[in-house]
Design a protein around this ligand. Structure first.
Ligand SMILES: Nc1ncnc2c1ncn2[C@@H]1O[C@H](COP(=O)(O)OP(=O)(O)OP(=O)(O)O)[C@@H](O)[C@H]1O
Length: 241
């Protein structure tokens, strides 16, 4: 059975007018399937963050089409897009944007409480389940400001997962972390994609990280120049056939 397509971007182009017209994204097309773990790499300034901003629906000033979980984004109001972001997309950014004076549990529950469909008890139970999955349940009643960088990142991942998003978008998720914590984030992402069929798109400068994802999309000067399974990953996959 073919995997479900959770994100489809077709012919995305964008220019900044600063003050002259500067094309930054040039005819980008990509799809992400359920359970796929995809990285986007490329030199500084090639357009990765600009693309992620569009895919996250926060920037609506572009040409082309964006479809998230079967729904076309063009023409939606800001209110409708905010709803898409809360229900369909999980965000993990380099600076965690946790609420420092709230507890870990409250931070993870917060996006869930914005949904009318679940009771608070249900959201609390799911938040605790996620904290256990990420092995940080012991910190649940600590204030976010009391955590280490690695712990904060795991809380940010739990928060991104609370509403069972169709896709998680990550900007440099290991950018601030040491080797041990980066490895732990990689393992969590790998488990989420392989065991829980979560779709994940990660912008990263970390080549070692990218090489172990299912597919690397390489950008150069606003274009996708390759989109392929890394050789390391291919040999790992066939090793246990
Ligand atoms: N608001 C803006 N106005 C004008 N140009 C911009 C604006 N934002 C980004 N750019 C330009 O667009 C290009 C792509 O920027 P972007 O931040 O997407 O690159 P990136 O690949 O994410 O870089 P990095 O790896 O350094 O984060 C760069 O040349 C940048 O200078």
């Amino acid at each position: 059975m073919a995997a479900r397509n959770v994100l489809r971007a077709t012919h995305i182009s964008k220019s900044f007018h600063d003050p002259i017209n500067i094309p930054v994204l040039k005819n980008i097309s990509l799809t992400i399937d359920q359970g796929e773990f995809v990285s986007i790499t490329g030199k500084s300034g090639c357009g990765k963050s600009t693309l992620l901003y569009i895919l996250s629906t926060m920037d609506t000033d572009y040409e082309g089409e964006l479809v998230i979980d079967g729904s076309v984004m063009k023409g939606k109001t800001e209110r409708e897009l905010a709803r898409v972001r809360n229900e369909k997309i999980g965000f993990v950014f380099q600076f965690h944007y946790l609420l420092n004076e709230f507890t870990v549990l409250e931070n993870v529950m917060l996006p869930g409480l914005k949904l009318a469909s679940s009771s608070e008890e249900h959201i609390r139970a799911r938040a605790m389940e996620l904290l256990r999955l990420l092995d940080i349940h012991a910190t649940s009643s600590k204030k976010a400001r009391q955590l280490s960088g690695g712990e904060k990142q795991r809380v940010a991942i739990a928060r991104a997962l609370i509403n069972r998003p169709a896709i998680i978008l990550c900007d440099e998720p290991t950018g601030n972390l040491d080797k041990t914590n980066s490895e732990s984030v990689f393992n969590i992402f790998n488990q989420l994609t392989t065991e829980h069929h979560q779709a994940l798109l990660v912008v990263t400068h970390d080549q070692e990280f990218a090489k172990r994802t299912h597919r690397i999309i390489e950008m150069e000067d606003g274009r996708i120049v390759s989109s392929a399974t890394p050789p390391e990953k291919k040999s790992l996959d066939t090793a246990h056939l």
